[in-house]
Design a protein around this ligand. Sequence first.
Ligand SMILES: [Zn+2]
Length: 216
Amino acid sequence: MERARVVAGLMAEACHELHNAWAPACRLRTRVGSGRATWHRYDPRRDDHCITIGTLMVADKAQPALCGGWLSTREIQGRGYFGGAVSELNLLAHGCCHEFAHLLQTRSGGRRYGQVHNAAFYQWLDQLHSAGAAHALRGRLAEEAQTRGVVLATDIVSTAGETALRDFSPGDRVRFGPGLQGRIRRVNRRTCTVDGTGPCRGRRYRVPPQMMTVTG
Ligand SMILES: [Zn+2]
């Protein structure tokens, strides 16, 4: 658990680096929790943001092959972050970006009760990745860990979701996400490209298999 605690501390530092670069005007505190819970909280009275990194969450991510159902995995695969590659290092770096995107979302007024992972949130998360901040953070996290004698694995793992891609073929009608539907256009390495149908017509999605069910 000592390894996980060290890494969680480095992730908290990485959040501060994002903070300095992206939102220096607001107040951020970070803490390392002993459990699994990893989250961002905003206290409007004190006007401060707090990000908690859970030590057990970090320990879990040392076994990325078991993490097929996790939100971080679905985001990396579904949105093509880090080329869609799931590894311990990518999961941890992405975890920092995920929590920090909640800070940016909150600050820009994009967080509403009951709508935590909404379009505003993903716009910020996409931006952290497309601007290169996620990539740079991943590099620094790996280096800092190494100076403390911890090697964060970069081996790309197949998660349970990947094998499930065999269950899908182009032309299948599918449902996914909250009320979304479409028809599979292409089966990719880790996701399916889906053309929206019905209320989703005109939109195109990349959906990881574990989020989809075939409807006909
Ligand atoms: Zn979240």
